[in-house]
Design a protein around this ligand. Structure first.
Ligand SMILES: NC(=O)c1ccc[n+]([C@@H]2O[C@H](COP(=O)([O-])OP(=O)(O)OC[C@H]3O[C@@H](n4cnc5c(N)ncnc54)[C@H](O)[C@@H]3O)[C@@H](O)[C@H]2O)c1
Length: 246
C-alpha cells in the first residue's frame, strides 16, 4: 500500500510480527529497538525495513528516530506504540526512578512519538495504534509499574483520539497471554484458562493492528485480544470440576 509505518520495539515478538505484516501489505517500515543485534539481523529480511537502535525512554532518541524515519520513509501514515517492559512493583519495593523508567517506556514515549508524528499523521489522515495489555484491567501482585503504564496508555488513546480526530484515528489493543518465546507446548491448565483454547500468537495481535488501520468508524477504543481469558469467571474449586469433567 506504500504507507510509511513507524513501530517501536520491532526487533522481537509482537512488534516484529507487526513490521512483517505491514511489509507483506506493501508498506515501508521503520522500527526502533534497543537490541542492536536482533535489529540488524531482522532488518536484513527486507529492503523496505529500516531500524534505529535506541532506548525509547530517552526523548532525544525519539526525536532522532522520527527524523530518521522521515528521511527513510518520506512520509508517516501509521505510528504503532508497541514497546513496554517491566513487571515489578510495590512488593519488590521498586524505587521512584525504576517506576518512572517504566512509565517513560510505556507511557511517555507513546505521547512523545504521537507529538513528533502529529503533523505527518494529520496531513496523511493517519492512524495511531497503541499496545496496552489485559493488565490495564486486571492485576497480579507486584505489577504496579507495568500496570500503571498500561492503564495510562488506554486513557492516552481516548485523549489523543479526541484531540487529533477526525484526521487521525487512534486505537489501542490490549493483548492477553501471547507466546513470544520458542515454547510451543502448553499445559492443559494453561489452555483451559483461555476460552479460545490456545495461547495467543504475535500474529493474533498484528492482525488486529492491520484491521484497525482499515477501519473508518472506530477511534478512542481499546480492543481486548485475549482469547476470552478475562471473561472466565473462576470460583474456588472450579478448576478441579472442569478437569474431572473431561
Ligand atoms: N507477550 C505478551 O504476553 C503480552 C501480553 C500483553 C501485552 N503485551 C505487550 O505487547 C508489547 C510487545 O510485547 P512482546 O511480548 O512482543 O515483547 P518482547 O519482549 O518479545 O519484545 C520487545 C522488544 O522491544 C525491545 N525493547 C525493550 N525495551 C526497549 C526500550 N526501552 N527501547 C527500545 N526497545 C526496547 C526489545 O529489545 C524487544 O525487541 C508490549 O507493550 C507488551 O507489554 C505483551
Amino acid at each position: 500500500m506504500n504507507r510509511g509505518i513507524v513501530v517501536t520495539g520491532g526487533a522481537h515478538g509482537i512488534g516484529k510480527q507487526i513490521c512483517l505484516d505491514f511489509i507483506q501489505a506493501g508498506d515501508q517500515v521503520c522500527f526502533i529497538d534497543s537490541d542492536e543485534k536482533k535489529s540488524v539481523d531482522f532488518a536484513k529480511e527486507s529492503p523496505n525495513l529500516f531500524y534505529f537502535c535506541g532506548d525509547v525512554a530517552d526523548p532525544l532518541t525519539l526525536k532522532r528516530f522520527i527524523e530518521f524515519s522521515l528521511e527513510k520513509l518520506k512520509r508517516i501514515d501509521v505510528l504503532v506504540n508497541n514497546v513496554c517492559r517491566g513487571n515489578r512493583g510495590i512488593l519488590s519495593n521498586i524505587s521512584y526512578e525504576e517506576y518512572d523508567y517504566i512509565l517513560s517506556i510505556g507511557l511517555k514515549a507513546p505521547y512523545e512519538l504521537s507529538r513528533l508524528c502529529k503533523d505527518e499523521l494529520i496531513k496523511n489522515k493517519g492512524r495511531i495504534i497503541n499496545i496496552a495489555s489485559s493488565r490495564a484491567f486486571q492485576s497480579e501482585p507486584d505489577t504496579e509499574a507495568y500496570t500503571s503504564a498500561k492503564g495510562g496508555i488506554v486513557a492516552l488513546t481516548h485523549a489523543l483520539a479526541i484531540s487529533l480526530g477526525p484526521d487521525v484515528l487512534v486505537n489501542c489493543i490490549a493483548p492477553g497471554w501471547i507466546n513470544v518465546a520458542e515454547q510451543q507446548e502448553f499445559s492443559r491448565e494453561d489452555r483451559f484458562a483461555i476460552p479460545a483454547g490456545k495461547i495467543g500468537t504475535p500474529k493474533d495481535i498484528s492482525d488486529m493492528v492491520l484491521f484497525l488501520c482499515e477501519q473508518k468508524f472506530i477511534t478512542g477504543e481499546t480492543i481486548t485480544v485475549d482469547g476470552g481469558m478475562n471473561k472466565r469467571m473462576i470460583y474456588h474449586g472450579d478448576w478441579n470440576w472442569h478437569y474431572n469433567a473431561d
